[in-house]
Ligand binder design. Structure first.
Ligand SMILES: [Zn+2]
Length: 98
């Protein structure tokens, strides 16, 4: 479970280079994105300078006017939830799923 204030780790690199696989952040906030699929998105303390997004889950474009840069929860795992062997499994799954 994602919990605000806990540490999370990126399990894939962001396509525009905002973070890399293995980077650790403190989760500052989360919400459903403005996309119609209502995917869970996470605030990791980055700000954005645009308001148009492409949804990580369904590929649709959507707009969001908040200053915080929210990223798909699918790019992260909560560190508390996993031990190292499970993390390795997660990373391997991520590599082989498209
Ligand atoms: Zn979507």
């Amino acid at each position: 479970m994602f919990e605000i204030g806990k540490e999370i780790m990126a399990i894939e690199s962001h396509p525009q280079g905002k973070f890399k696989k293995g980077d650790v952040f403190t989760l500052l906030g989360m919400k459903q994105c403005n996309c119609k699929c209502k995917d869970l998105v996470l605030d990791i303390g980055l700000l954005r300078d645009f308001n148009s997004y492409i949804c990580r889950t369904c590929g649709n474009k959507y707009n969001d006017n908040v200053r915080e840069f929210y990223f798909s929860a699918k790019r992260f795992v909560p560190i508390d939830d996993i031990c190292i062997s499970e993390l390795t499994e997660v990373l391997e799954k991520e590599v082989f799923s498209v």
